[in-house]
Design a protein around this ligand. Structure first.
Ligand code: PAF
Length: 289
């Protein structure tokens, strides 16, 4: 496994005749990242993992400062996975003096997660565009947990003619259904137990007998309200193809949810649809790509 730190070294892969797969991360490698890396190893000739905690996507400096950093452990894990290249640039390598350009997906970046975290998606779409430009990867891998992020990355890929293949893999869950996330290790023991309600709330939707957005919202809100350490930020019922909010469930629907457990922000989502007058939950996202 080779570790590279400069953009000049990254450019070497642009000429590659091999299938180059990119797995962008901010480090604190977890089971979700490993599933992306394993799929990339299966699909590609060269797998590049990037580790860069991108300051531009954090709206407040405290959140950035507390973001987990476990670089030595990460490198050990990536070596075991036989990753070919790890790109770990410094902040000044990515954003040198004089850097002023950013990438914003109009209309969709300020919704939902973007409303709660102003500027977050501008940071995400800017860094992902930069990484895709640097490596010109054939395929790039993301997890479904960050559904709005994947929607925006698919937009930049088309709108800016990047033409990489965007591969979105199902969310990997821990024992109680909580999605694997770098932020989970920031939870105290009690907070970790309470955080399990994120999945419980989503699962409860399948027992509903009315399919309007108000019923879903009420069910999730009541379930989350039982956990004193958990605060609901939003629940949204959305068409996964257009990203418009829906008033009721009929065809393809995604429920997006965000909570705060103490200082830790967690998100999750669930695909549902109405089949024979009941709600069927469906975690497999691939069919929507
Ligand atoms: O999902 C993440 O970890 C980040 O948003 C990403 C895609 C690596 C960009 O910094």
């Amino acid at each position: 496994m080779k570790i590279i730190r400069s953009v000049a070294e990254a450019y070497q892969f642009r000429q590659s005749k091999s299938i180059v797969g990119l797995v962008p991360t901010m480090g604190a490698i977890h089971a979700g990242h490993l599933s992306l890396i394993r799929q990339a190893k299966h699909d590609c000739d060269i797998v590049i993992v990037t580790i860069f905690a991108n300051p531009m996507q954090f709206s407040n400096s405290e959140d950035f400062a507390s973001y987990p950093n476990s670089i030595d452990q990460d490198l050990d894990l990536l070596k075991k996975e036989e990753v070919d290249i790890v790109f770990c640039p410094s902040v000044s390598e990515i954003y040198p003096d004089g850097f002023t350009t950013s990438v914003v997906v109009e209309k969709f970046s300020d919704l939902f997660e973007g409303k709660s975290r102003p500027g977050h998606f501008k940071g995400v779409t800017t860094i992902v565009t930069k990484l895709l430009n640097m490596f010109l990867a054939s395929k790039v891998y993301f997890g479904q947990k960050d559904f709005q992020q994947t929607f925006l990355i698919k937009k930049i890929n088309v709108d800016l003619n990047i033409n990489s293949e965007i591969i979105i893999l199902p969310t990997i869950r821990e024992f109680d259904g909580l999605p694997a996330s770098s932020r989970n290790i920031l939870l105290s023991n009690n907070e970790r137990i309470s955080a399990g309600v994120l999945y419980t709330a989503l699962e409860r939707i399948k027992y509903l007998t009315t399919f309007d957005s108000n019923s879903i919202y009420k069910e999730v809100k009541n379930c989350i309200a039982k956990e004193k350490l958990v605060e609901l930020d939003y629940v949204k019922i959305v068409d996964p193809n257009t990203f418009c909010e829906l008033l009721e469930v009929n065809g393809d629907t995604i429920i997006l949810i965000a909570i705060k457990v103490g200082d830790v922000r967690l998100i999750d989502n669930l695909f549902i649809k109405k089949v024979n007058n009941r709600i069927e939950i469906d975690y497999r996202f691939e069919r929507y790509c």
